[in-house]
Design a protein around this ligand. Structure first.
Ligand SMILES: [Zn+2]
Length: 335
């Protein structure tokens, strides 16, 4: 037990350090990690008098450990060229997965989600309503009051996708040609958490939609990976105020192909193995098969489309349905 608690504490310390490094400033709140003694899966972030509290149960660690053991067993039984390619100590995957989860919690706060939840906590998985805004009789005013009922209901899904995105950006770090293996490794650790949360959600059998589907979260993760080699060029062009991207800013075509072969393809293949390990094969159906999935990513990321009609897969459709609302929420928060 102490070992699992140490894992959580270490993950939070590492996430805070990574946040400081990547964002270039110290995380602006004091963070307390509270170990909840319940044997259920629970991870929640909420404001406190002195800063924020991340509350988690040992079951969070246990479930990620379990999912990883099952995944590794399946992978090891496969021909060597189909196995998940890892780096170093295989057990380290669980620690990176926990760091991403902690980073996700920190980023709910950093992006300002408590302003929207009117100070209520934000819960990961477990079929619970993320924040009790709709049910509070005497709740404080929230910017969400200006949204219609449907948008208010969909807001928690957007918050999850935004925290995922920001956490992934921080965990992966900037694109470097030398870091291909590291990107693959980190992305697999992130996918593992997404599968575990979905598993918990489905197990609790709550019909109410409070979280985005795992397939949508995976779509966003893979879309980010596809986009990653181009981000330095986007940033440079934006900094220089250019309207058109100069050809020489873009990464070399051969390098992008190498990257795709070393990172994007293997991460998708690892997702197929994790889906089987955690017994959620229908997530793969929602992803729509390799071809349709990557065609939708091309449309979303490189084609700049957000029209739902243009997408084939369920995951891309949910992403496209939430995007305008998420953009609006970000504007409400002053981004
Ligand atoms: Zn969250």
């Amino acid at each position: 037990m102490a070992d699992r608690e140490a894992r959580l504490r270490h993950a939070l310390a590492a996430a805070l350090e990574r946040y400081d490094d990547r964002v270039g400033e110290v995380f602006p709140h004091e963070v307390e990690l509270k170990i909840n003694p319940s044997d259920a899966f629970l991870a929640v972030v909420r404001p406190s008098e002195t800063g924020i509290v991340i509350e988690a149960t040992m079951e969070v660690v246990a479930r990620i450990e379990e999912a990883w053991t099952a995944t590794l067993n399946l992978s090891n039984a496969m021909p060597s060229d189909s196995q998940i390619a890892l780096l170093g100590d295989h057990d380290h995957v669980v620690d990176i997965a926990l760091r991403w989860l902690m980073q996700h919690e920190l980023n709910h706060v950093a992006v300002g989600h408590f302003k929207l939840s009117a100070g209520a906590g934000i819960v990961e998985g477990g079929g619970l309503t993320q924040f009790a805004l709709a049910n509070q009789k005497h709740r404080p005013a929230s910017p969400l009051d200006q949204l219609n009922a449907t948008d208010r209901k969909m807001t928690p899904l957007c918050l999850e996708l935004q925290a995922d995105h920001d956490a992934t950006e921080i965990v992966l770090g900037a694109y470097f040609n030398e870091n291909h293996e590291l990107f693959r490794y980190y992305a697999i650790c992130i996918a593992l958490v997404i599968f575990v949360i979905e598993r918990i959600d489905r197990q609790q059998g709550n019909q109410e939609i409070t979280h985005p589907r795992a397939s949508t979260r995976l779509f966003m993760l893979l879309a980010y990976l596809v986009e990653l080699p181009y981000i330095p060029a986007y940033k440079q062009a934006a900094q220089e105020g250019l309207e058109h991207m100069p050809e020489e800013y873009l990464p070399d075509e051969t390098e992008v192909q190498q990257y795709s072969k070393a990172v994007v393809g293997p991460v998708f293949a690892a997702c197929e193995i994790i889906a089987e390990a955690v017994e959620l094969p229908n997530i793969l159906e929602e992803l729509g098969g390799t071809e349709a999935f990557f065609a939708d990513i091309q449309k979303a990321v490189l084609g700049g489309h957000s029209n739902i009609e243009k997408f084939e897969t369920e995951c891309a459709k949910q992403w496209a349905a939430l995007k305008p609302l998420n953009d609006r929420l970000l504007r409400m928060l002053g981004w």
